[in-house]
Design a protein around this ligand. Sequence first.
Ligand SMILES: [Zn+2]
Length: 263
Amino acid sequence: MAGTVLDSSLAPFGLILVLLFGLTFGSFANVLISRVPDKESLWTRSNCPHCDREIRWTENIPVLSYILLKARCAGCKAKISFIYPAVEIAMTALFILPFLIFHSWHQTILWLIFSLFGLPLVVIDLKLHRLPDTLTAPLFISAFIAIILFSIQEGNFSRILPSLIGCVSLVAFYFAVALISKGGMGMGDVKLSAAIGLASGYFGVSAVLVSSFAAFFLGSFVGILLMVVGKAGRKTAIPFGPFMIIGQFISIATIAHTYFNFG
Ligand SMILES: [Zn+2]
């Protein structure tokens, strides 16, 4: 842990804090996943989707409540999907990881921004084949604000132009693919590519390329795999957003790492 963004003397306390933040944002990600696609308010209390019973705070503790309730609603005993604790655990892992391995706050903050909006986007895209603007827009704005703040903090604005070039070129590329593929790639993917191009452009051209190559490599690999096991045909639409976000995580973790340590 020495030398990572988490100062070693504060490490145990810091890690517990990061863990609590991860669980809390994981819980909030579940709210986003269930409400954003239907444009419901995010600030009202949650109800059981089966019996409409209001969920008490004691039944809403990340992961723990799922275990204590034995995966069933306290009112009607309807089964609670494993997706809820899975999202909470995944978000917690995404929060802890950068603090253990990254040496730069820029890398860590962009990773956290992509975790916060990316994880709900992945789940919604897998479930509904959609990437709502309500999530891709704040992802873009957060990444943009982060890059401006990094530049102000460093007193060096030379990374803003590569970021914008990354953004424009990736959007142009995805837009062309969307036109050619006639619905294979959607406008949601094009909008998501704006945030990805902007954030990876900050780390240079190679980061944009790694992010995109990883997405297309993983996408084709999984597509072929699904065809081989007979789960997909030539015409099956496979959501591409999850691969774009995984590609972006790979890019932040690898290229951004070399950029800050050797570049
Ligand atoms: Zn219920």
